[in-house]
Design a protein around this ligand. Structure first.
Ligand code: BT5
Length: 274
């Protein structure tokens, strides 16, 4: 496997104890952070932990995954230590199931906001939560419900050079010439932002407007206002103008047949607003 133009010296491992100490310094939703060398999938591991009664606020970071998962049975691949691959386990007891669609969007807002600020890049979201720089994917998010727990998994491409990225449509902070390529502060910034947004959302009993989440999402989401094609999980395709995101986190489309909210799917931006 190529070591990349930064070489291994510039790909130091993450230090779990130091990261945990920094993360837990301030009170908040996080309860533990662990870094492992390798796991099948951080989402799969935290799903197992959730079923075994694992605690809300658990963070698991892996230096490499042997079976990283995307949505709809797709894969997430990333050479060891080139990116951030991690999951969090949360137990949002005060939020009605109808508002759970906002949890993956919380992760998207946190990643786009924190990474965009640190790296000084225009990082945007394609609904529901593809994290893009221009048209290329910098990070992906997989949210899974496990009984009454939530597992949010995040993969961010940091150090991978163009030859190491798995698909043409991918990018990394290194490829985008970001000055910030140190994975630890990026991880902490993303976790702090998820923690803050999650806490506000849960305290508002899952009210995306009252908690300020919806307006943060709208300002980061490049899908709204565009003509889009949405490939829905069953194979059907919906086309229309993306009007808004509703209280359930669904994308509201104006189609030829009227207004249609879609809860899951792959969006293709047909026209750009600028
Ligand atoms: C996602 O799925 O984007 C969700 C990815 C979530 C990954 C994290 S890593 C930590 C945690 N543990 C896991 O096992 N998963 C989560 P989706 O929208 O379905 O996109 C998957 C598609 O993105 C693939 O089919 C590829 O085309 C592309 N892809 C795979 N690896 C990529 C990468 N490193 N960068 C950009 N695109 C990638």
């Amino acid at each position: 496997m190529a070591s990349g133009r930064y070489g291994d010296l510039n790909r130091p491992g993450l230090r779990g104890r130091d990261l945990e100490r920094s993360l837990l310094r301030l009170p908040g939703v996080w309860t533990s952070l662990r870094v492992v060398d390798s796991v099948d999938s951080t989402n799969a591991e935290l799903a197992r932990l959730a079923r075994a009664g694992g605690k809300s606020g658990t963070v698991l970071v892996a230096e490499s995954q042997t079976a990283g998962r995307g949505r709809l049975d797709r894969e997430w691949t990333s050479p060891p230590r080139t990116g951030l691959t991690f999951s969090v386990l949360l137990r949002p007891e005060a939020v009605a199931p109808s508002a759970w669609g906002w949890f993956p969007l919380i992760a998207g807002v946190a990643v786009a906001g924190a990474v965009g600020t640190l790296a000084e890049l225009d990082v945007r979201l394609k609904w529901p939560n593809d994290v893009l720089v221009g048209r290329r994917k910098l990070a992906g998010i997989l949210a899974e419900r496990v009984d009454d727990a939530l597992v949010l998994g995040i993969g961010v491409n940091v150090l991978a050079d163009a030859g190491e990225l798995p698909v043409e449509s991918a990018t990394s902070l290194a490829v985008e010439a970001s000055e910030v390529l140190d994975r630890a502060p990026i991880l902490l910034a993303v976790l702090r932002e998820i923690g803050k947004r999650y806490d506000e959302f849960v305290r508002s009993s899952g009210d995306p407007e009252g908690s300020g989440l919806a307006s943060a999402y709208r300002s980061l989401c490049s899908t709204l206002g565009l003509q889009v094609r949405v490939e829905l999980p069953g194979g059907r395709v919906a086309t229309g103008t993306a009007l808004d995101v509703d209280t359930a986190g669904r994308l509201v489309l104006e189609t030829d047949d009227g207004v249609e909210p879609v809860g899951a799917g792959d969006v293709v931006h047909v026209t750009a607003s600028d």
